[in-house]
Design a protein around this ligand. Sequence first.
Ligand code: RRO
Length: 308
Amino acid sequence: MDLSTAIADVRFSSCLMNASGALCVTREELEALGECRSGAIVTKSMTPAFRQGNPEPRYYSFPAGSINSMGLPNLGYPAYARIIPELRRFEKPIIASIAGLSPPDFLEAARAITAVSPDLIEVNLSCPNIHGRPQIGYDVEASRALLLELKDIVTVPMGVKLPPYFDPVHHEAAARMLQDVGVDFLSVINSVGNGLVVDPDEERVVIRPKGGFGGLGGTMIKPVALANVRAFWKLFDGRMPIIGTGGIVSGTDVFEHVLCGASAVQIGTALVDEGVGVFQRLEQELSELLQRKGYASLSDCRGTLREL
Ligand code: RRO
């Protein structure tokens, strides 16, 4: 089955890849993503300097999904600028995720990483876990100002990783801004920020940072992710490449993202739970599903979700 796709004219042999943050911080993790069956290597969001991240425990997985407050642990962009050229030997697209605690951080990372030419740059506007730093993606004008500055620096296709929006007014405002800026793709959604998971036996929270508040991922967020993929697919009339992320644990989940309009998908919680073998399993499940339904490729069903 042909599971290949393209985002902003970059070809991917498979539409499945890791979500930024999931098993992609260290050189070893990035190489493992190179060796496995994923269609791309996506880096952890990088900041100017190495960050240890938040105190542990900071990740908790349970049947409905996961909660995390990692706090942007990463090697710092100088390390990724050295590693990215070495990852080219895996002959799959490399997506560099950039972040920062302030706009100048993003610009600095963008300058250094553009110089090593990843295939795409994903600007993370939606980390929910840094105390005192709101998610930029919830401030349309701050996002516009940052993205316009980044557009002057970045010379490879540039997309944004968005937080989930919960009201059509917010989808519309974000879409107008992204259209004005001229971003090349969307990655939706980041974790659902500032959820709280309670352990009733212990009568306490399950992760340490921020009093237990953290970003939700996995099965429980799939409907929110699908709604965001669909909303942006419609607002851009199917002309903006969308990478769908959120709640994918089976080939059927991938198919649902594609029906809503996703050109590719990213796997977070299921990758952390299962390891890089998840890509082969999802590939097989998706291929069997498409075959059973008589589709020859992803483009045959992208965005074709029927309404009543
Ligand atoms: O590192 C994190 O805590 C983190 C980031 Br940068 C992000 O974008 N999304 C998330 O769920 N966790």
